[in-house]
Design a protein around this ligand. Sequence first.
Ligand code: HEM
Length: 396
Amino acid sequence: MNAPQILPREESWTDHDYVRHASAQGAVVRDRHGIFITFSLKHMQQLVAPALTRQMETETMAIQGITSGPVFELFQNSMLFSNAPAHGRRRGPLARSFAVPLVRQLRPKLQQLARALIEDQLNNGEIDFRDRIGGQLAARTVAMVLGVPRADLPMVTRLVYSAIRALSVRSPQVLAEAADDLTALNSYVADLLEDHKSAGSHDFLGDYLKRAGLTGLDGIETRMQIVTLVLAGSDTTRGALTSTLSQLMQNRDQWELLCADTDRHIQGAISEGLRYDPVIGALIRVAAKDLVFEGVAIPEGSLIGPLVVAALRDPAVYEAPDRFDISRTDHPRWHPVFGAGEHRCLGEALARAELEEALTALCQLAPKTVLTGPPPQLRGLGATRSVSEMPCRLVA
Ligand code: HEM
């Protein structure tokens, strides 16, 4: 059977409205770009298996006629856009150093950073939470992991959020600017790695360099995994914190519950914030062979996009999925927002720690915080969704 093609999207629909309309047409539907999209959590988990699909490599670049330059280099060398055996070689050296012990060690610094950022903006009138708090916390945390000197933080933060635009569809002028900043970020990371190599340091980057050498990564691959880490860890956490606080502000009873007993509710608030209006739209893959999935024929080479936005409101998993409820007990053990399979997020523990410290500090220092404009809009059903500004006042 051929997949039903969905109706054109109405201008006024949110992504969740679109998902409701599209999923009513079948389990596997072709969107207006021809991508085969699915909606359930079960299908998302099945479709990332290497037996069925593979990660996109440089295909998106080829479609745009790009065959060289910094963005092409990133797609060609990053673990995120690679398949076995290169994927395992590239992920291995980071996977081992990037988990719970690192986060435990960073905790006190993370707490200090979150509190300092909030104290700085407390009772200061209207601010944009996304950039002033979320964006700063996310980029500075990754910079802290990498040992970026304090004086370089503003410059590195600016480069990160500019370079990240190179990964989505933008106007030629924005893409050119983003590519220049990606080049600058690349050389910054190259210098940082060189400094660590010559100093023989025993910190995160020093250990990584040793492991990368043992796994046989060449110079460009060694650098690109760090650039991937910087990009993958910034936009996502900035959006996740902004979306979570926005939901808490719009559901005031839930905010008050969290502030009244933060220790008890903090993990629930984080998981629900990551679920309700998530910062990831879909996991984009390529059919590894001709498939028949749920009775639908999917030719080899087709793009497949299991929608994370939809899986996180799968009624077979979550009771009353359209309700924002920090006390819900039906979150799966592996939160779907961090993906599934071989490419599942490496930074989950770090992202959760950032969210925990930021929300705890907000409850303690700024419990009377209010939105002062329309809540931020999360849009897009590609990989990372865009998050608009969030005007608010942080009030003690
Ligand atoms: C709330 C925040 C975050 C969310 C929702 C998130 C989500 C994801 C998802 C869905 C993937 C898999 C993409 C795919 O399969 O196509 C991924 C991969 C990845 N994430 Fe995260 N992420 C977050 C934060 C972070 C942080 C803080 C870091 C590190 C500093 C990080 C590093 C990575 C890396 C390196 C990969 C690539 C893994 C691979 O390809 O093997 N992420 N992330």
